[in-house]
Ligand binder design. Structure first.
Ligand code: FNR
Length: 378
């Protein structure tokens, strides 16, 4: 039934090719939002390296295995997923579409794909969770300076059914992103992406006027909370004590850091360079996955993002040690062209492509993907 599924996705006649969808989204959402979504650091060298690294590996299909029936489903950290794919945390989705994170939550829930809601959400986590119904949900923490606010976020995440906590550690300050700077747009200056804070009782208690009365004061307080460059490994150990469920670190690239994350008692690692938005010229995420996987083996699950665009990319990441991948910009482009239906279009196409590619490789189950499936390009 995959052909039928592929055609069924053509609702709205949106492109299936991620680059074509990006172009369509850029033409619809306006220059500022398009720059925000594209916004790589520096000259874009890391973003390009992410793609080049994926393209340097080649898949070796096997034939005549009768792989008519395939299973993509996986269990990871207590989360049942229809495929080893999650929606990456992306902040400030409200500038891409008025429904923002709520649309993404609806689309993810319809498919059963876990959504990782960002601290920079343009909508309070309670509303995103409500839109996600009984869909699987994880929360991504950008660590405020104030421990009290951080702990308030964690209890809100717990109360709204977020089972896994992801702490992003590669964004202790925003990267130097010329496309965004040249639009004179920074979320902290414009007061978008502050909803988690302005809806937080602890944050509000620290203001002399409510954010509704004095938005400027709220944005300035928010900006002070997010300059978290002082965080260290000791803080990570404390966070471990605060959150009893599965806790992952996102933004690991060095194998020694990966080892230390495991030694700190965390439950998993997301190998990621933030889609090339932080350190320009940094190691390609897939190359880092290879070295981190060599160091960590099966000690904790490894997840991967930065550059995933199609089913073959997902399989390459799994073959090189990832248990699941996150996808960022593509679903945001879907959000821009069609709200929840657009997000669903992108995720469904990715899962269908993954299914087709798995079958063409001669496999029945995504769990069969192993290192023998890939070779370096000559
Ligand atoms: C991000 N990313 C991100 N990560 C995070 O931990 N918290 C966040 O709030 C955001 N915000 C964000 C906004 C936008 C517009 C983008 C494109 C990305 C990074 C994201 O989670 C992921 O690491 C990358 O997007 C993965 O790369 P691809 O799939 O976009 O190539």
């Amino acid at each position: 039934g995959f052909v039928r599924r592929l055609f069924a996705q053509q609702e709205g006649h949106w492109p299936t090719d991620p680059r074509a969808l990006e172009e369509l989204a850029a033409s619809r959402i306006g220059a500022t939002a398009a720059a925000y979504v594209a916004g790589s650091a520096g000259a874009g060298a890391t973003e390009a390296a992410n793609r080049a690294a994926l393209d340097r590996w080649r898949l070796v299909p096997r034939i005549l295995t009768g792989s008519t029936v395939r299973s993509l489903a996986v269990d990871l950290l207590g989360t049942r997923m229809p495929a080893p794919v999650l929606a990456a945390p992306v902040g400030v989705q409200g500038i891409v579409h008025p429904d923002g994170e709520r649309a993404t939550a609806r689309a993810c829930a319809e498919l059963g794909v876990p959504m990782v809601t960002s601290t920079m959400s343009s909508t309070p986590i309670e509303e995103v969770a409500a839109a996600s119904g009984d869909g699987p949900r994880w929360f991504q923490l950008y660590w405020p300076n104030s421990d009290e606010i951080a702990r308030s976020f964690l209890s809100r995440a717990r109360a709204t059914g977020h089972t896994v906590l992801v702490v992003t550690v590669d964004t202790m300050s925003l990267g130097w992103r010329p496309p965004i700077l040249d639009q004179s747009f920074l979320p902290m200056l414009d007061g978008v992406g502050t909803a988690m804070f302005t809806s937080d009782p602890v944050f509000r208690a620290g203001l002399s006027a409510t954010p509704e009365e004095d938005p400027r004061q709220a944005v300035e307080a928010w900006d002070r909370e997010l300059g978290t460059a002082g965080r260290t490994w000791d803080d990570l150990a404390r966070l471990r004590e605060w959150w009893s469920g599965p806790l992952l670190v996102k933004g690991v690239l060095h194998p020694e850091d990966a080892r230390r994350v495991v030694d700190t008692g965390l439950d998993g690692i997301i190998v990621s360079n933030h889609g090339g938005r932080q350190v320009d010229g940094s190691v390609a995420a897939l190359d880092a996955l290879v070295s981190v996987s060599r160091e960590i083996g099966d000690d904790v699950p490894l997840l991967f993002d930065s550059g995933i665009r199609n089913g073959a990319d997902v399989i390459k990441a799994l073959a090189l040690g990832a248990r699941a991948v996150l996808v960022g910009r593509p679903y945001v482009h879907g959000l821009g062209v069609g709200g929840a239906a657009g997000v669903r279009h992108v995720l469904e196409a990715l899962l269908a492509d993954l299914d087709v590619t798995l079958g063409l490789l001669g496999l029945h189950d995504v769990g069969q993907v192993g290192p023998d499936l890939v070779v370096p390009a000559p």
